[in-house]
Design a protein around this ligand. Structure first.
Ligand code: NAD
Length: 491
């Protein structure tokens, strides 16, 4: 079995721990490689390398930094099929979606390469004569990136590309379920010509690697995507740093009585069972108008029955495995909770093929908004149907959870659509489309306990740079803001 290394200062090296861990294919539980169990010493070496390379990298003109990102985008494109198969093998999502994951990484590197010729600041008039005011973007310094396993090439790209274009150097810890996908992204950057020390990758345990990154004094920003519990830990332990948190979701699709039910059904299946429900934007609640509930339930069960569980590399597979044993246990525990709460199980609720971590697509109906299955993130193929009498009630139910990432409404009534846009508490709202489908050039993120923070698009630049304010006084005399400007008005 191949053994993979850490990437520190431009070299692939062993961990100081001399220990390794395995990454498994979730469809058959077979190991796909051995990975270094990094530790505190490795993080320290990575920070030192990032510190040494910072001066040169931040002074490299941004368009030149952009050329490396553009090359990375080309190389990702050249390797798309191979990388997509690896995403399916290591993370489990079906091959079509795995190609989408890699495409998102391609698009992200391409988008941020262009930012090298923008990185816009602003100019604005001064309140005083012969004085010029502007802002520019400056790097933060060394940034720590910590990523989950569910988008194993796209999320690293979302964080790496803007960090690098803004002139930062990086210490990156990927999830331990998908280290190989992260290593492949770093190999692409290496081949694209990233200078030594600018990007450093440390695989290994959350406590030894993740926590050391979070607490390190020389790391000036943390960008974290993962669970709410870990997000809280990051906030408590990062000290005075810039912290970006992208946490969980309990996203809802609202279906009104005037909606195109066939279209809504496609959106619910795609949003709820796509990626086996393991997207932060997955649709795990369907809030449905009581007039169309019975009809929709029937259509939904019929379509769900036909979904094929299996290895994502098989083009006939609709739903792949969950990521690991713990995820399987967690998802099944929510089925038990749903039953105890007296929700009605319409279909599913059992483990699938035991070769891998498979779970049947599961639908509960007659779910009450305050039940745990309607409030907590399950992160699996479980959808709760909640019936409501009107739009006001639908929005109230939609907003009754602590998260606020994505949302959707199916309606043919423009007033319903705009009221939903205005009143739903979420970072993203789709009209007549599912809760998933973010494009890389728009801001992505949530409100409430999802973490009020945005990445991707122009927000990515805001996340990974500081805005510096500059005043140029060419009057040749001392001019005092708030004092001379008021005095001159009186004259
Ligand atoms: P997780 O919080 O368990 O792990 C995320 C990363 O943090 C991993 O690299 C992990 O090793 C590391 N980590 C865990 N504990 C740590 C600690 N104490 N100190 C430092 N690092 C630590 O999350 P996960 O299970 O990998 O991912 C699933 C979660 O991510 C879900 O809640 C999902 O909604 C969320 N997610 C959110 C978004 C978003 O953009 N909002 C996107 C994808 C996933």
């Amino acid at each position: 079995m191949e053994e993979y290394k850490l990437f520190i200062d431009g070299k692939w090296v062993n961990s100081s721990s001399n220990e390794t861990f395995l990454s498994l294919d979730p469809s058959n539980k077979k190991p796909i490689g051995k990975f270094q169990k990094g530790n505190e010493k490795d993080v320290e070496k990575a920070v030192q390398a990032a510190e040494r390379s910072l001066e040169e990298w931040k002074n490299t003109p941004a368009p030149k930094r952009g050329e490396i990102l553009l090359e990375a985008s080309y190389l990702l494109k050249k390797n798309k099929q191979r990388l997509a198969e690896l995403v399916t093998q290591e993370m489990g999502k079906v091959i079509k979606e795995a190609k989408g994951d890699v495409q998102e990484a391609i698009d992200t590197f391409e988008y941020f390469s262009g930012e090298g010729r923008r990185l816009f600041g602003r100019t604005t008039p001064s309140e005083l004569r012969n004085k010029f005011c502007m802002t520019t973007r400056i790097p933060i310094g060394i940034v720590g990136l910590i990523t989950p396993w569910n988008f194993p090439t796209a999320i690293p790209a979302w964080k790496l590309a803007p960090s690098l274009i803004c002139g930062n150097t990086v210490v990156f810890k990927p999830a331990s379920d998908t280290p190989l996908c992260a290593i492949e992204v770093i190999k692409i950057l290496e081949e694209a010509g990233i200078p030594n020390g600018v990007v450093n990758l440390i695989t290994g345990p959350a406590d030894k690697v993740g926590t050391t990154i979070i607490k390190h004094k020389k790391i000036r920003a943390i960008s974290f995507t993962g669970s709410r519990a870990t997000g809280e830990f990051v906030l408590k332990n990062a000290g005075i740093k810039k912290v970006g948190l992208e946490l969980g979701g309990k996203n809802a699709i609202i279906i009104m009585d005037d909606a195109d039910l066939n279209l809504a059904l496609e959106g619910v299946i795609w949003g709820g069972f796509g990626t086996t429900g393991q997207r932060c934007t997955a649709a795990s609640r369907v809030i449905i108008h009581e007039k169309v509930k019975k009809q929709f339930e029937k259509m939904f069960v019929e379509k769900t029955k036909k979904l094929k569980l299996g290895n994502g590399l098989d083009s006939k597979t609709d739903v792949g495995p969950l990521i690991n044993e713990n995820a399987l246990k967690k998802v099944h525990s929510y089925t038990e909770i749903g039953k105890k709460e007296k929700a009605k199980l319409l279909i599913g609720g059992n483990l699938g093929n035991s070769k891998g971590y498979f779970y049947q697509p599961t639908i509960f109906t007659d779910v009450k908004p305050n039940m745990r299955i309607a409030q907590e993130e399950i992160f699996g193929p479980t959808i709760c149907l909640i019936s409501v009498k009107n739009l006001n009630e639908a929005i109230k139910v939609c907003n009754s959870v602590s998260y606020g990432l994505s949302s959707s409404i199916y309606t043919n009534n423009i007033s319903n659509a705009f009221n939903a846009i205005k009143d739903i508490e979420s970072g993203i709202t789709y009209i007549n489309s599912s809760t998933i489908g973010a494009e890389v050039h728009l801001p992505f993120g949530g409100v409430k306990e999802t973490g009020s923070f945005r990445e991707a698009g122009w927000s990515g630049i805001e996340e990974f740079s500081e805005e510096k304010t500059i005043y140029v006084d060419y009057s040749g005399k001392l001019q005092k803001a708030q004092i001379d400007s008021v005095e001159s008005k009186k004259k």
